[in-house]
Write a protein that binds this ligand. Structure first.
Ligand code: MN
Length: 398
């Protein structure tokens, strides 16, 4: 393979509404990244900056790695970034609960390795066509996948900012999306925070700007300007990486080849034939009994859990120890924030609380011990006038 000349440009902007810029960008070829921090005050800024500093320190270890090997190394770098942000957030009260999205690409030998957490995005522009490489790890995107929302509805939903995971909000990060793309001369990689696609709902608008501005720095500036012209309601960050010139290509551009790591497989159990038959019969029997029990006794089971700062109901299973609960989000408690709960309650929410119904989840949530902040302190109900001689009415069990 030939070594393509690559060049990059980046831009990050506060936007028109936010007081601070909590996004951060990294352009240290062949490593590029965007991070969109969250957590209020200056916490988001701390999270995004810490995450990018950490993965930049991994450059040496990425050196010489290509394709899926590089993607796996990026995943380790993400794990390290997660640990760094998490530990800081646990030890520094000012930044408690902070987190950040992180989307990074490493280019070596004509292959881009991409790692991704959150709702920033990586796109590829080839031959004037723009393709999304990463999937938003957001509640609305999950609902689009399940057919409950259209892409258009998702783009404008008030819940579009709720992400399913972030760097630094849990002790470990498991679900890092990894992929590789074989680059051709003339390809353009774009990494962007949601301040871009959240404002320019239409990917076609992004495509037009990329096509219309061959110089990467010009294109970055135009993208930021367009997002600001559309309202600039969030911080906007873009990184563009250009792989060689189209003129260097010998033929027409081929289809986009995306590689993904194979799902990890367990080593098969080695069992004798008789034991296998016995085991199969036992399992089948248990499954039948289980199915009958489930059908007779109850409906689906859910988990009351936290996703970052947000309290949700999952159709899934609780975790244990440091492992958070897993599953699909079926309900979001938009007015709740894990900050409002005591430490033990937050740990409980992280692992998840098994419940039978979403109504039970609501009940359990109401009964979790809360921290009483100034605005959360309940106003005392007017006490009934003291009537001498009368005993207080006995409390009846619900
Ligand atoms: Mn954002």
């Amino acid at each position: 393979m030939t070594d393509m000349r690559i060049r990059a440009a980046s831009k990050t902007d506060r936007g028109r509404v936010r007081e601070q810029n909590e996004d951060a960008v990294l352009s240290d070829l062949p490593l590029v990244a965007v991070a969109d921090g969250m957590g209020g005050h200056k916490a988001g800024e701390v999270a995004s900056t810490l995450a990018l500093e950490t993965i930049e320190r991994w450059k040496e270890r990425l050196e010489g790695k290509e394709g899926l090997d590089a993607a796996q190394a990026l995943k380790e770098a993400f794990g390290e970034a997660n640990r760094v942000v998490w530990e800081r957030s646990r030890s520094d009260e000012d930044v408690a609960g902070m987190g950040t999205t992180l989307t990074a690409a490493w280019v070596f030998d004509d292959v881009a390795a991409v790692a991704h957490v959150g709702d920033s995005r990586a796109y590829l522009l080839r031959d004037g066509r723009l393709s999304r490489l990463t999937e938003d790890q957001s509640v609305v995107q999950q609902w689009v996948r399940e057919g409950k929302l259209s892409e258009d509805e998702a783009a404008t939903s008030p819940r579009r900012n709720i992400i399913l995971q972030a760097i630094g909000t849990e002790p470990t990060i498991d679900d890092v999306e990894l992929l590789t793309v074989d680059l051709e001369p003339g390809d353009r990689l774009l990494l962007a925070s949601d301040g871009l696609h959240g404002m320019l709902h239409d990917d076609d608008r992004i495509r037009e700007i990329l096509v219309g501005h061959p110089d990467p720095a010009d294109a970055c500036r135009e993208l930021v300007e367009a997002a600001n012209a559309a309202g600039g309601q969030d911080n906007i960050s873009v990184v563009i990486l250009d792989a060689g010139a189209e003129a260097e290509r010998t033929g027409p551009a081929g289809p986009i080849v995306v590689g993904r790591p194979a799902p990890s497989r367990r080593r098969p159990l080695r069992l004798g034939r008789r034991r296998l038959a016995y085991l199969a019969a036992t399992v089948l029997g248990l499954l039948l009994i289980g199915a009958v029990v489930v059908l007779v006794s109850r409906g689906p089971s859910y988990v009351l859990a936290s996703r970052g700062q947000i309290v949700v109901v999952l159709d899934g299973s609780p975790g244990s120890g440091e492992t958070p609960a897993r599953g699909r989000v079926v309900k979001v408690f938009e007015d709740e924030n894990v900050e409002r709960f005591s430490d033990p309650a937050r740990d409980q929410l992280r692992r998840g609380i098994a419940v039978q119904t979403t109504a039970e989840a609501e009940r359990r949530l109401r009964n979790l011990p809360r921290l009483l902040g100034p605005q959360d302190t309940p106003t005392p109900a007017p006490s009934p006038p003291a009537t001498p001689g009368l005993t207080a009415p006995a409390e009846t069990a619900p």
